[in-house]
Structures are given as C-alpha cells and as structure tokens.
Design a protein around this ligand. Sequence first.
Ligand code: PLP
Length: 481
Amino acid sequence: MHDLDMDPEAFRRHGYAVIDRIAEYLADPARWPVLPDMRPGDLRRELPEKPPAEPEPMEDILADFDRLILPYTTHWNHPGFLAYFSITGSGAGILGESLAAALNVNAMLWRTGPAATELEEVTLDWVRRMIGLPDRFDGTINDTASTSTLHALAAARELDESLEIRARGMAGRDDLPQLRVYCSEEAHSSVDKAVLTLGLGLSGVRKIPTKPQDLSMDVAALAAAIEEDRRAGIRPLAVVATVGTTSTTAVDPVPLIAEVCRRERIWLHVDAAYGGAAAILPAMRWVLDGCEVADSIVVNPHKWMFVPIDCSILYTRRPDVLKRAFSLVPEYLTTSDPSGTRNLMDYGVALGRRFRALKLWFVLRYFGVEGIRARLRSHIELARSFAQWVDDDPVFERLAPTRFSVVVFRFRPPTETDEARIDELNMQLLQQLDSSGEVLLSHTRVRGRYALRLAIGNVRTTADHITRAWQIAREAAYRLT
Ligand code: PLP
C-alpha cells in the first residue's frame, strides 16, 4: 500500500516541511520583490526537457521549489502588490484549499460530493445575506467571473425557448435575428469573450457610452441603442451592468438600467466581480442597489473577500433557465438520488467541480462577517488616504472618483501641457515604481489618458505599504522633472 503513494509518516514529515514553508512565506512575503527580476524563458532553461524517469526524493522537489519557483514568482500575496485587483490567499483559505486537495472531491453530482454540494448551497446563502441580496437568488460557484458571465449570458440566450438555440444552434439559420448584448465601454473584456464563445460574434456586443464625470453607463444612450437595434431587426438579449469597473471602479446606475430591462424584457446581468464584496459593509450596501431585480449577478470571493483564487459566485433568480441551458445527463451520470438534490454539473459547462466552498467556508468562519467588514473598511480608508495625498500634491492628479479601494491617478507636472509627453512620463513613473521591488501598480487609460492604478485588496497591506508606494511615486516624479 505504502509503495503506491507516499506513506503516512513520510506525508506527515513532508507536510510539516510544507506548512513550515508556507508559514515562513506568509510571515514575510516582502522578502521577495513583488515582480521577479527575470526574462521570459529563465525558468524554462533551468528545467530538464524530459520528465524524471525515476522517483525523486521529496526533499529535492521542495528544495527546487525554494530555488526555482519562489524567485520566479510574481508575489500576489506580497503586501506591496497593488496592481490589477489585488487579492489574498488568507491563512484560513490556504488551509481550506489544502483539505479540499486531500479530499479530491469531484462534486459533479450530489452523490459524488454531498458535502461539497450542500456546503456550496449554505456558504453561498451566507454570502447572499452578507451582500444583502434577497433569498430568491440561487448561487453556484465557478472558477472565474469570466465563466460566471459566460454562463449568465448562455442562460439569457436560453430564456426565449422559441429561438430553439439549444436544439438547433445558431449557425446557418436565416430564421434567427441578430442577437445583441449591451454593456458600457468600460465593461470587462470577459463580456466580449462570453459573447464570442456563445457564437454571437463581436458585433453581438454593443458598447454604450459612459458619463464623462464618473464613467458610469449612460442609461439614455442604452435606451436609445436598444430602440435603434429593435428598429433594425436586432434582438436585444441582455444588458451587462458593472458595479466596480476594472479600470476605475465606476458603478453603473443599476436601478435605472433594471427599469430599461424590465420595460424591454431583457435579461440583466450585473458584473460585481470586484465591487460586490463592498456591499458587505452597511455603508456600501448602496453599490448593489437595483440588483435585487437583476436576473443574474457575479461576485468573486477570490477578488476582495480573501478567498484564494479561484472562487467566483454566479447568483441568479432564474436557476431553472440556467439549468435549461446546460443540463445534459448521459446514462452514466443518471442517479436515483431523492428529488430535491442538486447536481452541480447541471449549472454550467464543467462536469467536474472542485470543492471550492470549503475554502470559502473556512474564510467566512475564520474572519466572521465583522472581521471581513473591518478589513474591507481598512482598505477603503487606505485608498482614501492615498487619494487625499494625490489631491493635495500639485504635480499629481486623480482621474476618477475613489469609491472602493482603488485610486486612479497620474503625474502631471504643471509645466507640461503635451498629453503624449505626460503619458510617456507616467509610463516611466510606473516602470520605476514596479522596478522598486517593493510595490507593484498597474495602469489603465481614462478618457484616453495613461493612468496609474493603485488597488488595495490584500489583507496584509497596511498604511506602511501605502505610504511607501506614495514615497516611491513622489521620488520617481521628482527624478522625472
Ligand atoms: N469583471 C470585472 C469587473 C473584473 O475586474 C474582472 C477581472 O479583473 C473580471 C470580470 C474577470 O474576472 P476573472 O479573472 O475572475 O474571470
């Protein structure tokens, strides 16, 4: 038996060594530069071309993890990681993830993962309550928001059964109108990808202009676009509203968009992948205003709820339609389980499903709702402090409101008026920040201007890291002038 896999005593020994490594790593991820100093191919060159023919000692494998993997990693768990949407592999989440790997459950059916299925139902109900959605919303976990949005739009396409898309597909049909999805110009590219995947083509997405002051969707323009499309014989399929856009964390006016969708009988999907978590704070509950009447909404616990990647929740009021879009049961997956049991394979593309609810459960219980609130609050306060420093400094300016934990800003020397030159200076500034090894920021464009994004989302990020980011930015700006 022990020859077949690692024997329990060896597992215990190596397991302790792994836990020691994790504990040391988490004690101070800042020992590593956030972004590794390497060129593409550096790691590949150090690895053998062929797999090992013979077993290798675990000690050697772990030593190579230290020697090759740690230094060639971008450290998302570094408290100075302030790029993209910064995330957290929290201690409780890492432990939950480890136990999920030990169980190695594939929760495709209730009977193949009863605990995974039921814990998913319960934890998603907890999160639903935490963010203030009504109990008519039913959740399932996917790997990413991209998948959740793909599933939501597949359900939207399935809503009108008379289109017979499930049975007949879309290709080669002249009885099918062109189908269209609407989202703002600031929506995440996962909307376009979902539309591509569903066979609507990129012309199946219509980008609605945003309001110049806060980059939220212009609802009058949405209504006009829908009307124009209907006149041209195009069938509106869904509107995707965003709560917390990727570039600037803009919030689309969901209540007004919901009203348009109700009037026009169009599926409303809300992308709250990042911003949804903020609704856990009573003072930020407004961000999900209007979502109670949405057809679906995605919230990512792996973004700003301290659950290790991956874990995305798709809530929908129409689980029946989602199931209609995806359920397909071959003989070998039929069961005689009592009615009322849920088979997670029915709610998406994937058959096999990891036990992701376990790490979510660990994180929710370990921090508690109040603990999560305290951390979210602190991130928002840190972002506000940074925003204030930017506002108070004559050579910097903010390019978007700071509603959540992201600050969008740029360096703007008062003597420089050439926008192309200002863009160039900001690219250099970002390069200097990122090459410091102490912090990592990312960039976007706001109304065509190159902008820096400082995104706070890691539980280990404190005022010291934010202060340091500001110091480095100011020193770099000084050098550039
Ligand atoms: N939606 C928004 C608003 C995002 O910011 C992102 C990623 O940052 C996504 C969707 C896609 O997330 P995922 O990586 O989980 O697919």
